[in-house]
Design a protein around this ligand. Structure first.
Ligand code: KMH
Ligand code: ZN
Length: 278
């Protein structure tokens, strides 16, 4: 029996937190990200959430490298390209606004400041408002990253004040299990989903580290989408390192099929999110 392709799987392959030396499978060059995009699309991903690395494998927001990575992904895959505007906890706000110059299809947009382990992931309200208006102006579809319930509520305020995003769809991603944010539990996910603005058209979730499976299963149970990838988890089971991002996508596809959900193609993802035609 076939089921409609109604599950968006987003792969977040790199992040800004893990060192290449600690996880050699982490894609940190244009060639590696291109191969990752190709393999993850073949495995069932529809969108890629991208943090760029420099020639020393360190996180960067360098405009030239961002443009190069976006082009490399578009050459090897049809994935919806979402650039991170979160960057690393050390990136200045002005530089994070410049990410949109690289003309991604989508950008992440975190709805508030969060303690992030021993660091602070800064997203002051004026910055959130400026980035949101910039995304509307540049016709880039935001994905609202929600690390706690206060941020879910802040999204309602943002939409009330500035209207709908470019394209008219409101897509949210619950980022759970960050030390400092909401826990990666089914109870927290249910509470967050209950508070999503009425204008929400789609949402997904990801659980960091050991919360990855509980959050994925809870998201599927509530009809949500999935984000997976080495930005969020580095082990496939206790003590066993992830071999590749595609391996995590394959597991997400298998979980989805148990819930009778089929992965969307990138074309399906473009329609779901109403990204600008290129
Ligand atoms: N690296 C984190 C500090 C995003 O991509 O927008 C922020 C983050 C969220 O990963
Ligand atoms: Zn990210």
């Amino acid at each position: 029996m076939s089921h409609p392709a109604d599950l968006l799987i987003t792969v977040a392959p790199t992040g800004a937190e893990t060192a290449k030396a600690d996880a050699p499978a982490l894609p940190t060059t244009p060639e590696e990200i291109a191969a990752t995009a190709r393999d993850c699309e073949a495995a069932g991903a529809g969108m890629i959430h991208v943090h760029v690395r420099d020639h020393d494998h360190a996180p960067t927001l360098d405009g030239g490298l961002l443009t190069e990575w976006v082009a490399a992904i578009r050459e090897s895959s049809d994935l919806v390209v979402q650039l991170s505007t979160g960057g690393s906890v050390h990136d200045p706000l002005e530089q994070r606004l410049k990410v949109l110059d690289a003309e991604p299809d989508s950008c992440s947009l975190t709805m508030g400041t969060t303690n992030f382990g021993d660091d602070v992931f800064a997203n002051p309200w004026p910055f959130v408002c400026e980035l949101y208006q910039l995304s509307q102006e540049r016709r880039v579809v935001p994905e609202f990253e929600l690390f706690d319930l206060g941020q879910v509520h802040a999204l309602s305020r943002l939409l009330d004040r500035y209207g709908p995003p470019y394209g008219g769809k409101v897509h949210c991603d619950l980022v759970m299990g960050v030390p400092g944010g909401m826990p990666g539990t089914a109870d927290a996910l249910v509470a967050a989903v209950a508070m999503l603005p009425a204008a929400t058209t789609s949402w997904g979730a990801t659980g960091i580290g050991r919360t990855t499976l509980p959050v994925a299963l809870a998201s599927l149970s509530k009809g949500g989408h999935l984000r997976v990838g080495m930005e969020d988890v580095l082990t496939i089971s206790r003590g066993v390192a992830v071999e590749s991002n595609a391996q995590l996508v394959e597991r997400a596809v298998a979980l989805g099929r148990l819930a009778q959900r089929e992965p969307m193609t990138p074309a399906g993802a473009r329609e779901l999110l109403a990204v600008r035609a290129r």
